[in-house]
Design a protein around this ligand. Sequence first.
Ligand SMILES: [Zn+2]
Length: 315
Amino acid sequence: MRSPARISASATAWWSRRPARSSPTWCVELEKRTGQERRYEFPTRCPACGEAVVRAAEEVAIRCLNPSCPAQLRQRLHWFAHRRAMDIRGLGPALIDQLVDRGLIRSLPDLYRLELDPVAALEHMGTKSARNLLRQIAASKVRELARVLAGLGIRHVGERSARLLAAAFGSIDALKSASEERLARVAGIGPIAAESIHQFLRSAAGRRTIQQLRGFGVAMTAPRRFVPAKDGAELTGRTLVVTGTLPHFRREEIEDLIREFGGAITSSVSGNTDYLIAGENPGSKLNKAKELGIKVLSEQEFLGLIGRSDQSWTS
Ligand SMILES: [Zn+2]
């Protein structure tokens, strides 16, 4: 039997994953049936919060997507406070446990509702630590959009995807009004991440979370340098390859600059490449790009594209 839905509760079953990384194949040991097996009904709502559960295509698991689900809240707070997300120092696991257990935090945005006295009254806290924590939480309001997105714990949307999405759209509102197809067209964002973020932003829980965070003054835009205005807009969602030695930039520097303006970098030239930036001794990548009719830029032309071809950058 191959369908997981047909395995009944208390049946003896095993699965194998051959070849590795393929979907597992399930087998039920029919001769071990006792007649006591019951058909297993997947819940349609999360037992912890009552939100409708979702099964992603090609996945066996069903999931609750409610970011305020108490069963998930601890982990979400942990991600949200992470150094690479909202970077809220001092909000560690022990403190998160206390905040959730005592009902001080029931949803992610409640973090911004915390008041001094109840926090100071927690174990190992006191007024000074509580004040420091609240200061850290307040400081997190002005992190960039990419960090908010990374911190929301949206499936398949990690730090890197969050950065690409923030760079491509510039604000949560632009992101919200984008179609799933448009999201998937951002270089580096696959259809799976696109579906996931689209689903989150349209869900009741997702909308509520965003609205409440905004209400507390959490910034939902990318910093100006990320906003694709007329300068650099040409790079948003484009895929670039860099080859050869450039006059002014080391490889990591130019790559940072490309990412900053919303472009993605790949190591080899293909039909998906939009631009090849070629320096001295470009080698085979230049020939390949010419073969495929891909636009080749000098460093100077690239800087022109992002509106940075002034003396301060090129001298
Ligand atoms: Zn739930």
